[in-house]
Each structure stands twice: as structure tokens, then as C-alpha cells.
Design a protein around this ligand. Structure first.
Ligand code: NAP
Ligand code: MG
Length: 503
């Protein structure tokens, strides 16, 4: 922790933040004053200090953004350019974005409390997503001619951009979760309207800046800030052709209902409640080194992390001691300090929700092995949303904390007898997003990983891969992002039948 008593104004005023108060939306390639005069503050969750603001867009703002994207799609150059030319723009944008890494990281950290150790990698990660999708251009350019099996004719299969896309993102990774939609959408030739989360409305501007500097044509990318209600209007807008959403299962279900009625394609990346199965032969050194990143990343505010730790009866106490020791040793404090591992929760509502989950667990008989309360911090952090990193043991499968997403710095430990019971426990939630198997024999661990019913599982660590599909089963979502499979979500197919060409 830095010395107590530093004034919040001193802390933030001196930082190189290029944008604090915005009164505009991004339409037709320029930041344009919003029609709405309503504003929402941007609040540092570590100190409760309001340091920025943005418009709460109204339906006129939304209409302007969607019309801009529609025009750019129907009449603009972008969908008609060669995919390799679009890829070149994505590569240039990646280079520009990396130059913006520092102000982007500071902005992100002051919006949602993500420690700079994490947000500092945001620009590089986003750049690598742009570069990865740029490598897929040949997939769109290759001629796909398929002879009819009956030998009567042949068909030219075209992969057309799906159209104008609504991209709706949550606050936990405000750059990554936009770019993972934006990069494939742009490579495909789509145009987009982005609605960032209300807590994180400013950091997306660095992506816009990078793309503008890279020469993206006006109208291809549009941004409107505003509430969930504006997100709902965007989903239902008649000029939208596809919706890509990351966020809660509750809102995802609402969006799925709207898109079902409209027959509008939709990709949903939703909540998770993943398990780390610690096999009896697990190396506890491996568990210790992977634990924070794979179970508590971003102060527990990551969708795929394995916050349910399943431990064998035979090694219960030893493994709990390793978990408690590792979590207790990770520093909590100012997210601007590069040494900080645990920052604040992103909002007051999030902090209260996490504390309510812990209180519910206590009432249902769980044991608090570490933490369990709001963290007491020195000024100015005493006003922030800090929750003590918490480990709950004696958790049983029917407790709410074993089934519901907590989205805070809280681990739950459940015991198992044999491996079949561990797999059964891992699969006993409504979600199916991530998971890990820790085991000394990686062949056996892989066999266990294959039995976990989820979209992604790691063996002895967890890391997603831009080239591999990422998505959830059951309540964790519909469809996938990343990989060629993620690009397909932004394409629509057209089969042109013709007489067979003579060789
Ligand atoms: P959220 O409340 O569902 O909000 C997500 C986004 O949707 C925000 O931009 C929100 O706007 C907007 N929104 C709210 N109501 C809407 C509606 N009726 N129609 C259209 N848009 C609407 O989620 P969150 O609290 O920001 O994020 C946390 C959740 O995201 C967690 O459940 C987490 O697991 C999930 N998540 C999933 C993944 C994944 O890849 N599967 C990744 C990260 C996070 P406002 O901010 O203005 O309300
Ligand atoms: Mg929310």
C-alpha cells in the first residue's frame, strides 16, 4: 500500500489521462456531440473519486450510430474491399494500439479497478487479437467451388459479411471483450455499433483512435455510451443484422428472447462457475503458481476462472493450507501499484453482492478459512470497494456459493472421495465455461479434463488461445469467439450454382 492519507485528487490529477470528460459519441468517423444532455460519472472504484463522465446516449444518439453503420455497410468501401486489405488495416491498428498501452491501462484501471499488472497487458493482448484475425484473410479469399455429388453442376460458396453488428460488452475486461468481437467482425467486412458497459465507457476510445489512425473508413466503427436500456434498444433496432454480447446470464437470456423473436443471429458469452479438480497426485507447487491467475484473476472478476476448488479427502488439509497461504500472500491495495494483485471490486453494487454471497455461505454452514469481510484500508482507499480475499471451506454442492457466480475474490473448497465424484461435482452447475484439472500424471489429468462438460478446460493451468474456440455450454452461452469458428459468426453464406466448368 502507498502511504495513507494521499489525497485522491493528487493521485489522479497528475496522471497522463488524455480523456476524462467526454460529451460525444463516435459516428461517421468523428467524435460528435451527443444529442442527450444526460451524463454519467466515471468513478475510481479504489477511492470512490469521480474523475470523468460520458453522455448517457438517447435514442437519437443510437439512431445516428446505427444509421452511420448501415450506410457504411450498404454503400461504403469496407465490405467491398479485399479481405487482405482489411487485414492490413487491422495490422496497422494493432501497431497503433500498442503505442497507447499506458494511457489505455490507466484509464481501464481507474474505471474498473483492474490492477495495472493486469491492465498493462491490455493493449498488447488486443493487438495480438487484431493480428491473429488478420492471418485469417486467406480463408475469406480462397475460391470455394464444390462439385455437386450427383455430378450435375458445381457451386461457388461465398462467405459474405453478415451486416451491421451490435457489440455489447461488460466492464470486467473492457478492451479484450470488445476486440474479440470487433476484430473478426471487421475482417469479415461488417460494420459495427459498440455499446460499452456503463462502468467502463472511456477505455474503448483508444481502440477507436488506433483504428482511425490505421485508416479505417468513416462509419465502419461507431460507439455510443449509455445504459442497459440503450443496449436493449440497440439489440432490437431494425437496422441491426447480428448481435454479439458478453455479460451476465440474466441479460443474455433477455437478449436471446429478443433475437429469437426477430430471428436475428446472436452470440452470447455469459457467466461461469468453473471448477479446479485437484487430483490426488497433483503437484502443490504447480497449484500454488497457477492458483491466482486461474482462479482469482482480476480480483475474481473473470468469467472462466475456476473458483470452485475440488479437493480429495485424502489431502484436504494440506491443499487447503496451500490455497489459504497462496491467497493470503498476494498483496491487495492500490490498483495503480504494479505490485498489487487484488484491487477493489468494480462497483459498490458488486462489492455488496460479493459480501452477500459470503454472508449466505456462513448462514448455510460454510467455514471462513480466510477473509470474509469488507477490507479495512487506509485513506483514500477506505472509501473504495475492497473485499478481503476469501477462502470458504466445508462448502457442499447444494449451497448457493457452490452454484452461483460470485464475481469477487472468493474461492470455495468442496471435498470429494473418488475421481468419479470429482467429475460429477464439476459438472453439477448450470454453467459450462471453463475448468482446470491439476494432476501429476498429465495423461490421467487429460482423461479427466475430457469428462468435464464445458467449453474450455486446462491441464495444470488455464490460458485461452486466440486460435482456439472459446465459448460456454448451457447457461454460459451460445456460440464461440476466437479461432476460425469465431470468424464464422460474422459471415453469412451464399451458394451460387452454375454449370460445371470444363477443366
Ligand atoms: P451485464 O449486466 O449483463 O451487462 C453487460 C452489458 O450489457 C453492459 O454493456 C450493459 O450495459 C448491457 N446491458 C444491460 N442490460 C441490457 C439489456 N437489457 N439489453 C442489452 N444490453 C444490456 O454484465 P456485467 O455485470 O457488465 O458483467 C459481468 C458478467 O459478464 C458476469 O456474469 C460475467 O461472467 C460475464 N462475462 C462473461 C464472459 C464470457 O466470455 N463468457 C466474459 C466476461 C464477463 P450497462 O453496463 O449500461 O448496464
Ligand atoms: Mg450488470
Amino acid at each position: 500500500m502507498p502511504p495513507s492519507g494521499i489525497a485522491t485528487s493528487d493521485r489522479i490529477d497528475s496522471l497522463p489521462l488524455p480523456i476524462r470528460h467526454a460529451d460525444d459519441i463516435f459516428v461517421d468517423g468523428v467524435w460528435t456531440p451527443a444529442d442527450s444532455s444526460e451524463r454519467r460519472g466515471v468513478i475510481d472504484p479504489a477511492t470512490a473519486h469521480e474523475w470523468g463522465s460520458v453522455p448517457i446516449g438517447n435514442s437519437a444518439d443510437l439512431g445516428a450510430a446505427v444509421s452511420s453503420a448501415r450506410r457504411a455497410f450498404d454503400r461504403g468501401r469496407w465490405p467491398r474491399m479485399a479481405p487482405s486489405e482489411r487485414a492490413a488495416v487491422l495490422r496497422r491498428a494493432a501497431d497503433r494500439l500498442e503505442l497507447l498501452a499506458q494511457p489505455l491501462a490507466l484509464t481501464n484501471t481507474l474505471e474498473n479497478g483492474t490492477p495495472v499488472a493486469e491492465s498493462g497487458g491490455g493493449a498488447t493482448n488486443a493487438a495480438s487479437i487484431f493480428r491473429y484475425f488478420a492471418t485469417l484473410a486467406p480463408l475469406l479469399e480462397s475460391d470455394d467451388v464444390r462439385p455437386a455429388p450427383a455430378g450435375t453442376h458445381e457451386t461457388l460458396v461465398r462467405r459474405d459479411p453478415i451486416g451491421v453488428c451490435a457489440l455489447i460488452a461488460p466492464w470486467n475486461f473492457p478492451i479484450n471483450l470488445v476486440v474479440v468481437k470487433l476484430a473478426p467482425a471487421l475482417l469479415a467486412g461488417c460494420t459495427v455499433v459498440i455499446k460499452p458497459a456503463s462502468l467502463t465507457p472511456l477505455s474503448v476510445r483508444f481502440i477507436v483512435q488506433a483504428l482511425t489512425e490505421a485508416g479505417i473508413p468513416p462509419g465502419v466503427v461507431n460507439v455510443v455510451t449509455g445504459s442497459g436500456e440503450l443496449g436493449d434498444q440497440l439489440v432490437r433496432h431494425p437496422d441491426i443484422d447480428k448481435v454479439a454480447f458478453t455479460g451476465s446470464t440474466e441479460v443474455g437470456r433477455k437478449i436471446a428472447r429478443q433475437c429469437g423473436e426477430l430471428l436475428r443471429p446472436v452470440t452470447l458469452e455469459l457467466g461461469g462457475k468453473s471448477s479446479a479438480i485437484v487430483l490426488p497426485d497433483a503437484d502443490l507447487g504447480v497449484l500454488r503458481s497457477a492458483l491466482i491467475r486461474s482462479t482469482l484473476r482480476n480480483t475474481g472478476q473473470t468469467c472462466y476462472i475456476s473458483t470452485r476448488i475440488l479437493v480429495p479427502d485424502s489431502r484436504h488439509d494440506e491443499i487447503v493450507a496451500t490455497i489459504v497461504g497462496t491467497v493470503a500472500a498476494a498483496p491487495q491495495g492500490d490498483p495503480l501499484d504494479p505490485a498489487t494483485v487484488f484491487g477493489p471490486s468494480a462497483s459498490v453494487a458488486q462489492k455488496e453482492s460479493v459480501l452477500a454471497h459470503i454472508a449466505g455461505a456462513r448462514a448455510q454452514g460454510a467455514h471462513v478459512a480466510l477473509g470474509g469481510d469488507a477490507a479495512s484500508m487506509p485513506a483514500p482507499f477506505s472509501a473504495g470497494n475492497f473485499v478481503e480475499p476469501t477462502v470458504l471451506t466445508q462448502v457442499s454442492r447444494d449451497m448457493s456459493v457452490a452454484r452461483e457466480e460470485i464475481f469477487g475474490p472468493v474461492l470455495t473448497v468442496l471435498r470429494y472421495g473418488d475421481v468419479d465424484e470429482a467429475v460429477d461435482l464439476a459438472n453439477a452447475t448450470e454453467f459450462g465455461l471453463g475448468g482446470i484439472v491439476f494432476g501429476g500424471d498429465e495423461t490421467v489429468a487429460l482423461q479427466v479434463a475430457e469428462r468435464v462438460d464445458s467449453g474450455s478446460v486446462g491441464v495444470n493451468f488455464f490460458a485461452s488461445n486466440h486460435a482456439a474456440p472459446f465459448g460456454g455450454r448451457r447457461d454460459s452461452g451460445l456460440g464461440v469467439e476466437y479461432g476460425p469458428e469465431g470468424l464464422h459468426a460474422y459471415l453469412t453464406y451464399k451458394s451460387i450454382h452454375r454449370r460445371q466448368r470444363k477443366a
